[in-house]
Ligand binder design. Sequence first.
Ligand code: MLT
Ligand code: ZN
Length: 478
Amino acid sequence: MTFVDGLRADLGEAGILTGHDAEPYLTGQRGLYTGEALAVVRPASVDETALVVRACASAGVAIVPQGGNTGMSGGAVPVTADPAGNTARPSVVLSMSRMNRIVSVDPDRWTITAEAGATIEAVQQAAAAAGRLFAPDWGARGTATVGGAIATNAGGNNVVRYGTMRDHVLGLEAVLADGRVWDGLRALRKDSSGYDLKQLFIGAEGTLGVVTRAVLRLHPATPHAQSALAAVSGLDGLMPLLELAEARCGGDVTAFELVPDVGLERACEKFGLARPLEARAEFYVLVRLSSTEPVSDRLGAFLDEASECGWVIDAAVAVTDEHEERLWTIRDELPAMRLWDQHEHGVKLDTAVPIDRFGPYHDEVRRIAAELAPDALTYGFGHVGDGNVHMYVLPTNDDQVEPFLAVRDELRERIEEATFAYGGTLSAEHGIGQLLRDRIRHQKPEIEWDLMQAVKHALDPQGIMNPHKTLPADPRQA
Ligand code: MLT
Ligand code: ZN
């Protein structure tokens, strides 16, 4: 009996996909990476997951955990070769798609327990039905899963108020590389009893074990929410603007997102949306207040004061649900892959810098781009309230592609060096995966990679958990 037939005998037909049925699981959503696998394995329970991991461990088969496959860095797609170019060991994709249940909603504890394959949207809806808020949110909410969000320490649009996924995981359960199940499904807000092991699995991209369930933190529902798109006078005014919003709106600032005019214009044109405001500026901030109480007066007063200070030129305040939705549709359409046909040739980075340095950092990226690729389009968008913007330098028509490709590597390297020089990160919320594995090594001192390698070796001595992801191939050669 082959290895896959053995798994099929244990999990049944529904648990194994091969051939054509497996294909959608073997290419990442950005189309950057395609891998090969013996099969896509779909366990329906924690016990079945442990059984698969034990079978893989004894056969030396690698395991590539996968959630909604919306990842941006190739973390959930098998590699075909190791960093030295040798054929990688055979692998299975471990899809959590059948483990998608909401296990329990506990409003009195302010928690929800969900299986790893539950979508972010399903968790949001279950929490809302119990009068609570599950705060993490981003465009791919309907496909992205709890397990994938934990694996990448996903962020999204509400981090400025509620934090990243790391701030929402109170406990988790994981299948370890030897097939043992660690039940860490605790719901404690405080726990000083030694190493906080769950943190190791958050942001680890499945390289240390497979997260199967998690206890997630809930917040009070915020029935009153209102957003405004404010044209700003320049990037220098952004941080004072955020400070003013926090000072006047008492912690109700749930989102503070940077929207460039070039993206706004393109999104409106491409998706047939009306421009939300007449005034034009190079950048806008999409700010949302949400609260248990009405927010309209505070939003208006904040915008008035911001305009008196000269930081805001004009603003469109959403006065209907439809208007509110339109502002956020525009925001969700800003990723390059939604807007520009040539996007795959561009330099696209998920950078964050300390928030007080964002303006100068953005200027520096533009300076580098103007020097090396003067015809390209350069802008950042997204979670500026966290210092995290998705930085793009893109060719936007076919004629620009060839000259752009001639300088792309140098351009990317120079921007990455600038990011490090500003104390920033190349991976604020999209993980490392295959994409950044070797590019990110200069971001941290060697001792940090050494410590991570030690953790990896302790938890996965055989190296079967999502190999060749996250950790640089050999930090000592850096
Ligand atoms: C976003 O904030 O829209 C995404 O994280 C960025 C992207 O999809 O490129
Ligand atoms: Zn983002």
